[in-house]
Design a protein around this ligand. Structure first.
Ligand code: GDP
Length: 408
């Protein structure tokens, strides 16, 4: 079964655990034993039943295999399984990004419709960073509709309050969906709710499914392979790497950047098997018509016709997470490169999406910046090839920010 990861966003107490608990129950993934345990536990705490407690029994079972990316119990929808990644704060986002964890392409944001909850600054900041990290499909579940009397007006109020901001930070309108739900009562999760007849869309799980099934935009791009290095051998050197865009075929002439050598692909191996062609997402070992040497880590194998830009100046949007100093470095596809200069051009308020006119890097805000490096690297706008369009900025042992390259 194909597992799709979904970044689960939302302010504390807006109902993330309850939603997952209820979905586990409604899809039949939670056994009666688990549900009874959660009921008994709720009772012990003198609470009415909390579906969120179903997750705790999953968590106990999984402690041995937990990572920073703790993936909660999976929810199955037809031929897909959804693994929700909890991203409570920016530290986790950055840690995960550095460790190479992928957020997939989709996020589910929960916003409570309860009067004193609603849209928070942190919610917007989260959305802003998710977009920066390349998430381009978004489902917003407006939760606790039961408390709002299942009123369409309340749903529209939250939808309108967020729509403008969501578009401003770069989500395409067609890739964003709003669903009114009650996680606690299980309304509009797996079945269409009879209490919100005014809602003409599908229940949450179907919206997630349809969104996940939409074709990724990367399949059609020009070939980009990020090389991890070479496996030397007496007769034939193998170049290993991951295809992050396009496809590669035996016989194809490619260019290796920034070195600037051209070579012909003689053999392609994927998972130990020789193939004629490999596509985006696959790890490949390539035999070329010539030896390329040992300094290949972090280089890019590109199609001859459409190469990435080779630049030592990057125009980027940086989300500031630490102190900017005079000794900045960037980490870019596993290699470290020194910066000559990092120039802040303009501040961006991550809560409004507006430019601030500020020339200073403020913590937890974003800036438009110009980063000058000591040497040229192969880059691309991150909307075209994410991996060639983002970097981590640091100084000494401290991380200072995450950057996405915005244009040539
Ligand atoms: P999290 O911090 O986002 O994981 O939030 P929880 O799932 O722990 O929920 C916080 C509180 O909100 C709990 O007391 C839940 O019972 C309650 N809650 C969650 N969803 C709903 C809902 O749809 N309706 C109502 N009335 N309460 C809810």
């Amino acid at each position: 079964m194909i597992v799709k990861t979904i970044a689960l966003l939302g302010h504390k107490d807006h109902g993330k655990s309850t939603l997952i608990g209820s979905m586990l129950m409604q899809t039949g993934a939670a056994t009666q034993v688990r549900i009874n345990e959660a009921k008994a536990y709720s009772k012990r705490l003198h609470k009415t039943f909390e579906p969120a407690f179903i997750l705790d029994s999953f968590a106990e079972e999984r402690t041995g295999e937990m990572t920073i990316d703790t993936t909660r119990a999976q929810i199955v929808a037809r031929d897909l399984a959804f693994a929700f990644i909890d991203v409570p704060g920016h530290e986790e986002l950055i840690k995960n990004m550095i460790s190479g964890a992928s957020y997939g392409e989709m996020a589910l944001l929960l916003v409570s419709a309860k009067n004193d909850e609603g849209i928070r600054d942190q919610t917007k900041r989260h959305l802003f960073i998710s977009r920066m990290l390349g998430i381009d499909k978004l489902v917003v579940a407006v939760n606790k509709m039961d408390v709002a009397g299942y009123d369409e007006k309340k749903f529209e109020e939250i939808k309108n309050g967020l729509s403008h901001f969501i578009e401003k930070i770069g989500f395409e309108k067609e890739a964003v969906h709003f669903v009114p739900i009650s996680a606690y009562n299980g309304e509009n999760l797996v079945k269409k709710s009879s209490r919100m007849k005014w809602y003409k869309g599908k229940p949450l799980i179907n919206v997630l499914y349809d969104n996940a099934k939409k074709e990724g935009r990367k399949q059609m791009g020009a070939l980009r392979i990020i090389t991890q290095g070479t496996i030397p051998s007496e007769k034939e050197e193998l170049v290993v790497g991951k295809i992050v865009n396009g496809q590669v075929k035996v016989g194809e002439k490619v260019s290796i950047l920034p070195i600037g050598i051209n070579a012909i692909v003689k053999e392609i191996t994927v998972k130990g098997r020789k193939v004629r062609k490999a596509v985006v997402g696959e790890n490949v070992a390539l035999k070329m018509d010539k030896n390329l040497g040992t300094q290949l880590r972090g280089t890019v194998i590109s199609s001859i016709e459409h190469k990435p830009l080779l630049q030592d100046t990057l125009k980027a949007k940086i989300f500031v997470t630490g102190k900017m100093t005079n000794a900045m470095m960037i980490k870019f596809n596993g290699i470290d490169i020194k910066c000559k200069k990092v120039e802040i051009l303009n501040g961006i308020d991550t809560v409004t999406g507006e430019k601030t006119g500020d020339k200073k890097a403020r913590l937890l805000e974003a800036v438009d910046a110009k980063v000058q490096l000591v040497r040229k690297i192969p880059i691309e706008d991150y909307n075209i090839t994410r991996e060639l369009g983002r970097f981590v900025l640091y100084s000494g042992k401290e991380f200072a920010g995450i950057g996405v390259i915005t244009a040539s």
